[in-house]
Design a protein around this ligand. Structure first.
Ligand code: FER
Length: 277
């Protein structure tokens, strides 16, 4: 995997705030915002693919931008022609500012990222597609995230397959059967992911997964067995080291603990192949 290193580029994208209204767990309206990265030269004459990139537990719509060089990584990808330009949306999955005191409440976090699936469908994606010049098809819509944002990505695979065709879970497993379920309930989780996909009529050609973590990442022991299980399901998944082939990819990074500063490298690595031509 090729690593991003900061360097100056002349053709830089811009970040805007998109304000929209969502509904919380009680159904009450909440004013929210997402950060929207528009690539250099953004024009209403073109229709852009969109990557939704989700923060980790306790985070907010600024978390990726504040903690990493993701903006420069996108600028470099597009300026140097590694990748065709796309829009990146950084939303927040909480409706109310979380107060994190000590241990993670896994059930509460599961609830937040599940509610967010409805927000994506009803509020956020419509707001993005009506405010920007997007290609509003599932083929040109990707979702990825770090940690709880990776958990969010697996729930999008289960709940919102009609909206997304590309999934980039980073250092997060599927929590369908409770916290850390990809490791604790591997077989059940893998079977459920496959059964749901098949029952909705989707097959191998309909989606691509670009997963990643680090060897030192605390999510490694949860995500790795889940990925191994999916690999075995050759009826739905074709694992390939070649990012342009197959529909299942898993990149492991050396010297990479559970940190945005490491994990954003996967976004740089996968950016060129997220939206197939
Ligand atoms: C994991 C997925 C998510 C994991 C941790 C998280 C330990 C989230 C942690 C947090 O929000 O603090 O596999 O492994």
């Amino acid at each position: 995997m090729e690593l991003h290193q900061y360097h100056d580029v002349n053709r830089r994208g811009s970040i805007e705030r998109l304000c929209y209204t969502a509904r919380d767990e009680e159904g009450a309206e909440v004013s929210k915002y997402a950060n929207v990265y528009l690539p250099f030269g953004y024009s209403g004459e073109q229709k852009y693919p969109v990557l939704y990139l989700i923060h980790g537990g306790g985070g907010n719509p600024d978390a990726w931008l504040d903690s990493t060089m993701i903006k420069n990584a996108l600028d470099v990808s597009f300026a140097e022609g590694r990748s065709r330009p796309f829009i990146a949306v950084f939303p927040g999955f909480y409706c109310h500012t979380p107060v994190r005191t000590g241990r993670v409440d896994e059930e509460a976090e599961r609830g937040h990222v599940l509610r967010f699936q409805q927000e994506l469908r009803k509020d956020l994606i419509p707001a993005v597609d009506s405010s920007y010049s997007t290609d509003p098809t599932r083929e040109k819509r990707a979702i990825g995230g770090f940690s709880m944002g990776g958990v969010t990505t697996w729930f999008a695979f289960l709940e919102n397959m009609d909206l997304f065709s590309v999934f980039m879970p980073l250092s997060g497993d599927c929590w369908q059967f409770g916290g850390l379920g990809g490791g604790k309930e591997t077989e059940k989780t893998v079977r459920y992911l496959c059964d749901q996909t098949i029952s909705k009529g989707y097959g191998k050609q309909d989606f691509r997964i670009f997963a990643g973590t680090g060897y030192e990442d605390i999510a490694y022991p949860n995500l790795t067995p889940q990925m191994e299980g999916l690999k075995q399901r050759t009826d739905l998944f074709e694992f390939s080291e070649n990012l342009k082939e197959g529909n299942l990819h898993y990149t492991l990074m050396k010297d990479a603990p559970h940190m945005y500063e490491k994990v954003y490298q996967h976004v740089f690595n996968y950016a060129p192949v997220l939206f197939a031509e």
